[in-house]
Design a protein around this ligand. Structure first.
Ligand SMILES: [Zn+2]
Ligand SMILES: [Zn+2]
Ligand SMILES: [Zn+2]
Ligand SMILES: [Zn+2]
Length: 267
């Protein structure tokens, strides 16, 4: 999980969680809070060998006297501007916005790649790329039957209506019981935020055909579709549209899972 941790740390550097005291400027004119740019000691001294996130390299900061005590006026573009956010935010309230910003990026699990769900989709499915995940189009409120092979499976589902990216993840069913976990998530950043729109889903798992005089097993699960910002590290133990499929529900020697998914843009 080191890649994710690094990304989270990078994000944390951009988040400002204390009041503005005074300002510093890097060699290229980027303005930061003195406590952050000064190396966290809050003395506002600036100095050499500091890192400017906007330049992406080491720089020397100088103190800006006229910004002393300037609390609310300074506006900065949202750090997720490159991912499509056009908002300007008061520097001291950046944390509040970043926790809710609809343009928070998603991350690849193996590369340093980060970007919007649409660009992550391109990255993960690129035929010449290193991941080559399969992808299928879906339509909201239309039931899509899918046959999942015995191996661990990742399938990206893209809504034709709005390009929203979902992930169907199915585990291989290792372990003594051979239970296979199934999870359906929406690929977007800010996973804990009260994100809109809300998507709901219905998942059916259909067991193998029953012998004459017996009832074919199937179950249905309904719920919100949870958000996931790092689809390569999707949680297979927890979820909302999430199920554990017993070996009795797998199909014959192939150990396939036959399922149906229907996703709704709820509100
Ligand atoms: Zn600061
Ligand atoms: Zn800079
Ligand atoms: Zn934003
Ligand atoms: Zn990647």
């Amino acid at each position: 999980h080191s890649r994710t941790n690094r990304n989270v740390r990078k994000k944390a550097r951009l988040i400002h969680r204390h009041a503005w005291i005074c300002g510093l400027q890097c060699g290229n004119g980027h303005v930061v809070c003195c406590a952050c740019g000064g190396g966290g000691n809050g003395n506002g001294d600036g100095g050499a060998n500091k890192h400017c996130d906007l330049c992406g390299r080491a720089t020397a900061y100088t103190h800006i006297p006229y910004m002393d005590g300037l609390v609310d006026a300074y506006q900065v573009p949202c750090p997720y501007r490159n991912f499509g956010c056009a908002r300007s935010i008061a520097y001291h309230s950046a944390a509040e916005h970043l926790d809710k910003c609809a343009h928070a990026p998603c991350y690849c699990f193996e590369c340093a790649f980060q970007g919007s769900p649409a660009s992550l989709l391109r990255h993960l499915t690129e035929e010449s790329g290193r991941h080559c995940w399969p992808m299928e189009k879906i339509k909201y409120q239309i039931c899509r039957p899918l046959v999942v092979p015995a191996s661990e499976h990742r399938l990206l589902l893209v809504a034709e209506e709005d390009g929203r990216v979902f992930l169907l993840a199915v585990g291989a069913g290792r372990g003594a019981a051979g239970v296979r976990p199934v999870n359906v998530v929406c690929v977007r950043g800010n996973v804990d935020a009260d994100a809109r729109p809300v998507y709901t889903g219905v998942l059916w798992v259909d067991g193998p055909p029953a012998a004459a005089g017996h009832l074919r097993s199937s179950f249905q699960l309904k719920g919100d579709v949870a958000n996931c910002g790092v689809p390569g590290e999707v949680d297979m133990e927890h979820g909302r549209l999430h199920a554990h499929v017993n070996p009795e529900m797998l199909h014959g020697e192939s150990k396939e899972i036959h399922l149906r998914i229907c996703i709704t843009k709820f509100w």
